[in-house]
Design a protein around this ligand. Structure first.
Ligand code: CP3
Length: 346
């Protein structure tokens, strides 16, 4: 049995009515969970991503523990840059490091096209294992980083606050930027198609840091590549197009594509949906910091978001960004139960 097309998450992504508002959480699999930390004690992070049985187990942990309406593939947006040959490492306690960042025209010219099937087959294997294990329960959500957010790591060499190296490169060397973004867009399209072929029923494109850009720069330097990725998915699966700090970019992101547009907590959900327009769904948008507070507070904030969504078809409940590591598991479970209870339309 595979997950039927009429489960709430897939219906909401198509803006069809659902018996309750479906919910899943970014970073629902991760360090806030003792079960995750137990597996992680035995594997380095990259090693965990590359061990399909273990990655599949981590993917399934929150489905069993929380009762969420979707399983997000356990992987990382940066896996796709490993075959670029830029030296990816997840350093202990520091997050991702890229040892040979791309900063010049010569660096960009040296980049090899990414052979997704030859180098990322382990991700497709995880997708197949999870799809089999989920049977007809909830859909598997595949994902990839959007070209801008992935490029920002490749150029900066790691996380950044102001993205100065990325922006300088984009402004100063538009042809080299085009080469880098073109390689990433082509590989990302193929990567998402591979996840869908292996069993993912919906995919999310993470453009987490795109909110750093002015709208005109987004339209010129980012949207064409994001659009290329989303167009390549076509009708094979719904696409959730997510970013943070994007209040001023929502219309441009919608124009770049996506059936559902992700909203972070810096915009009211009803205002964000008004900008996105009734023709698309929205996902979000609880501040993940609310999950540090007691359940009565979580309930008030969740109720406000559901009220702003007004029961309209096309809302997928989520956080505005990922679960913080300090979050008590019981608070996450409480949120899932609260959203299901308050949105019950049966
Ligand atoms: O549950 C899930 O959401 C699925 C798995 C997932 C991970 N990373 C696992 C992970 C997903 C969807 C991602 C996406 C990702 N990775 C993004 C986009 C989402 C976002 O947060 O904006 C980004 C920017 C990355 C890059 C990345 N990976 C960073 C910056 C870090 C370090 C920060 C941190 O939280 O430690 C990672 C490592 C990472 N990816 C961890 C996990 C569970 C922590 C690694 C560990 O176990 O030590």
């Amino acid at each position: 049995m595979i997950v039927p097309a009429d489960v709430p998450l897939l219906r909401a992504a198509r803006r069809e009515p659902t018996p309750f508002t479906p919910i899943w959480l970014m970073r629902q699999a991760g360090r806030y969970m003792p079960e995750y930390r137990a597996i992680r004690a035995r594997h380095g992070f990259l090693d965990l991503c590359k061990t399909p049985d273990a990655a599949a187990e981590v993917t399934l942990q929150p489905v069993d523990r929380l009762g969420v309406d979707g399983a997000i593939l356990f992987a990382d947006i940066l896996l796709i840059v490993e075959p670029l040959g830029v030296g990816l490492e997840f350093a202990k306690g520091e997050g991702p490091v890229i040892h040979r960042p791309v900063r010049s025209v010569a660096d960009a010219e040296r980049l090899q096209p990414i052979d997704v099937d030859a180098t990322l087959g382990y991700v497709f294997e995880t997708v197949r294992i999870v799809t089999r294990a989920l049977a007809d329960r909830v859909p598997l959500i595949g994902f990839a980083g959007a070209p801008f957010t992935v490029a920002s790591y490749v150029v900066e060499g790691g996380p950044s606050r102001d993205f100065l190296a990325t922006k300088s490169f984009m402004y100063e060397e538009p042809a080299a930027w085009d080469r880098l973004m073109g390689i990433l867009a082509g590989a990302t399209a193929r990567y998402l198609q591979g996840q869908i072929a292996a069993g993912a029923r919906i995919v999310q494109l993470f453009d987490s840091w795109v909110g750093a850009l002015a709208p005109a720069d987004y339209r010129q330097f980012v949207a064409p590549y994001t659009r290329r990725v989303i167009d390549a998915i076509g009708t094979s699966a719904p696409v959730i197009h997510f970013g943070t700090g994007t209040s001023g970019l929502l219309a441009a992101m919608r124009d770049a594509g996506g059936d559902v547009i992700g909203l972070d907590w810096r915009v009211d959900l009803d205002e964000g949906w008004r900008i996105v327009g009734e023709g698309r769904g929205v996902q979000g948008n609880l501040d993940p910091a609310v999950l540090l507070a007691r359940p009565s507070v979580i309930r008030e904030r969740a109720a406000d978001i559901l009220r702003r969504a007004g029961g309209r078809p096309g809302h997928i409940f989520n956080l505005g960004h990922g679960v913080y590591q300090q979050t008590p598991v019981e608070h996450v479970k409480a949120l899932v139960d609260i959203v299901h209870e308050l949105s019950d339309r049966r």
